[in-house]
Ligand binder design. Structure first.
Ligand SMILES: [Mg+2]
Length: 131
């Protein structure tokens, strides 16, 4: 994650696409613009999901078995949804750069936080034999 964050940071810096640090006003404007762009990319993931679900529905209407239709539709959108996920990650990395965050460490910390919160449930489920 650190390597891809650095690669994205360099890529964005070379093009002047980083979130501005010139002044409070410029940073504010840049943060809001980049947040709009991030949410646009997230919406593009939703569009791909919608395309997949509509495609699966259409195939079922044409007589393709449900699980098969779902898998085929999933395969049809996989490459495009991957691009939108990548776009979204690129914007998230911009925010991480702006706030001088180590994303890898932040993810690890968050996982530990969630793990400590959810451990009792996990143990309970394991006792019950549910995975
Ligand atoms: Mg996109």
């Amino acid at each position: 994650m650190r390597m891809i964050h650095k690669e994205l940071e360099d890529f964005q810096l070379e093009r002047g696409w980083e979130i501005s640090k010139e002044s409070a006003d410029k940073s504010t404007e840049s943060l809001l613009l980049n947040h709009l762009l991030l949410t646009t990319e997230i919406a593009e993931i939703a569009e791909e999901l919608r395309r997949m679900l509509n495609r699966a529905y259409d195939m079922k209407e044409e007589g393709v078995e449900g699980e098969k239709a779902f898998q085929l539709a999933k395969e049809e959108v996989a490459e495009d949804i991957g691009k939108e996920i990548a776009d979204s990650i690129a914007y998230l990395c911009k925010f991480a750069t702006f706030f001088q965050r180590d994303i890898e460490q932040d993810i690890k910390n968050k996982l530990n936080e969630i793990q400590s919160r959810t451990k009792p449930n996990l143990q309970k489920r394991m006792k019950e034999g549910v995975r």
